[in-house]
Write a protein that binds this ligand. Structure first.
Ligand code: SF4
Ligand code: SF4
Length: 96
């Protein structure tokens, strides 16, 4: 499942969550700040097989008009989607 961002501004110490997630399916902060490469999908080459969607460990690839797209707020740049894509439709590009 694609995570959702829920803004959380703690007002007391006990309000501060122990991890970046405090409720299933939600994160309190974007976690892509340390990514040094990002997957870029060539929608012309993509055949819509959804293997990347199924294998992304963070669930941040979503269906988009018969193809797929990446939620860059949460993608960690692991490259599993590129490895699994048999159509060669994903390239990892350096973050600038
Ligand atoms: S694995 Fe490749 S071809 Fe299949 S949906 Fe993902 S990007 Fe498209
Ligand atoms: S690089 Fe990793 S986290 Fe990002 S979309 Fe691909 S599989 Fe998911």
């Amino acid at each position: 499942m694609k995570p959702y961002l829920r803004e959380h501004v703690p007002t007391t110490l006990s309000d501060i969550p122990n991890t970046t997630a405090y409720e299933a399916g939600y994160l309190v902060t974007k976690n892509a700040g340390w990514r040094n490469v990002r997957p870029v999908i060539d929608v012309e080459a993509c055949v819509g097989c959804l293997q990347c969607y199924l294998y992304c460990p963070d669930g941040v690839i979503y269906k988009d008009g018969g193809k797929v797209a990446v939620d860059y707020d949460f993608c960690k740049g692991c490259g599993i989607c590129k490895t699994i894509c048999k159509a060669g439709a994903i390239e990892m590009e350096a973050e600038t």
